[in-house]
Design a protein around this ligand. Structure first.
Ligand code: NAI
Length: 368
């Protein structure tokens, strides 16, 4: 029986976004999942007409539908626009960036046991050094911040110093760590690891560490540990199989999520979602790849695997497993993959984005 139709916002995005979004739409249609796509364009392509890369209609659509699938968008540099991704996170309070990362056979990885990796990175999205509280170097002008630091804290900084402020709150830390534990419980994961640099930044990372330990006591069914971020980088390269759900403040989360993606073959195959308590925006982690846009060369895997997460989120678990299985089969065979996924000395020529989509749809239809 067909499930009832769900309306989901689709933001095709810029560059390669429309090509990979089209593949996702065709695959979901082949799965027979009833989705009514509310298509909302955003990004560089709408600026001229609407004077903003993120018009209100896009936010209204996500608020109405609560879920969105988003292609990569371009934020023009030096034209006075804020990053669309940052604005989406702030306006919809998408405080958690979640990146489940595992290895798919056939994808090139530089490590010897990538198949042992099954890690979910949960990154805090709103605080930390990314809060945008920055002060320029100020030689030749008054700087009350430097005066304050000198007079109240005894810290004398030269006027040629730029300053960024790192806010980390109890509330922000508590909700992200709680999110990580709830995620672990929902998806039957065994361990949560909190990561920071608490030995050096006692009032920010130290606060995060203390809050994480407190929250962990409410979840006796899930193991908990704390690791410093520098050690974690080494551990992830040497013993990635030891780790399960990682929870981190914003900056470390940004870096570690790319490191983990790199272990299993890079951003081209990495899915993700930005979530809050009300809304969820699913998206691949790569950018709009303007160098190959419109050339039928883009690898659709990241966005397809993000759609797998979205299907799981809306309760379409069976369809999620079928889509993931079809993508995994095409990657494993290596016969119908885009050039970035081609294996060394492969006897098969690379194919275009839509051809790879056709091959995935064929596997979906075979499994019916
Ligand atoms: P990028 O990820 O777009 O490209 C980096 C390299 O990876 C390029 O050589 C590109 O061709 C390749 N690449 C990326 N995705 C690919 C795919 N699916 N298939 C095959 N090759 C792929 O990063 P870049 O160049 O730094 O950013 C380009 C634009 O994307 C910028 O305007 C940036 O702001 C935006 N961006 C948007 C994001 C989002 O909306 N979530 C995330 C990252 C960047």
């Amino acid at each position: 029986m067909r499930s009832s139709t769900k309306t989901i916002t689709l933001i095709p995005g810029d560059g390669i976004g429309p090509e990979i979004s089209e593949v996702v739409r065709r695959c979901i249609s082949a799965l027979g999942v009833a989705i009514d796509w509310d298509i909302q364009q955003a990004g560089a392509s709408v600026i001229e007409k609407e004077k903003s890369p993120l018009p209100d209609r896009v936010l209204d659509s996500i608020r109405n539908n609560t879920i969105a699938l988003k292609g990569p968008v371009e934020t023009p540099v030096g034209k006075g626009f804020r990053s669309i991704n940052v604005e989406l996170r702030q306006k919809l309070d998408l405080y958690a960036c979640v990146r489940p990362t595992k290895y798919y056979e056939g994808v090139r990885s530089r490590i010897s046991n990538p198949q042992a990796i099954d890690i979910v990175v949960v990154r805090e999205n709103t605080e930390d050094l990314y809060a945008g509280i920055e002060f320029m170097e100020s030689c030749g002008v008054d700087n009350p911040l430097l005066d304050f630091l000198k007079e109240q804290k005894g810290v004398e900084l030269g006027c040629d110093t730029g300053i960024s402020i790192k806010p980390i709150s109890v509330k922000g830390s508590e909700r992200i760590v709680t999110f990580a534990f709830e995620y672990a419980r929902k998806y039957k994961r065994r361990k949560v690891t909190a990561i920071d640099k608490a030995n050096i930044m006692k009032y920010t990372d130290g606060l995060f560490m203390n809050v994480a330990a407190q929250v962990s006591r409410r979840y006796k069914d899930i193991a908990y540990e704390h690791i410093l971020v520098d050690n974690m980088c080494m551990q992830l390269v040497q013993l990635p199989e030891k780790y399960d759900v990682l929870v981190l403040p914003n900056l470390y989360g940004d870096i570690i999520s790319d490191l983990v993606a790199g272990l299993v073959g890079g951003l081209g195959v990495a899915p993700g979602v930005n979530m809050g308590d009300k809304f969820a925006v699913f998206e691949a982690t790569h950018g709009s790849a303007p160098d190959i846009a419109g050339q039928d060369k883009a690898n659709p895997t990241g966005m397809l695997l993000s759609a797998v997460l979205m299907l799981e989120h809306i309760g379409e678990s069976m369809a999620a497993r079928r889509l993931e299985g079809a993508v995994a089969e095409v990657l494993r065979e290596g016969r119908h993959v885009t050039s970035d996924l081609q294996r060394e000395a492969s006897p098969y020529p690379s194919v275009g984005t839509s051809h790879m989509g056709d091959a995935i749809i064929e596997r979906i239809n075979k499994g019916k």
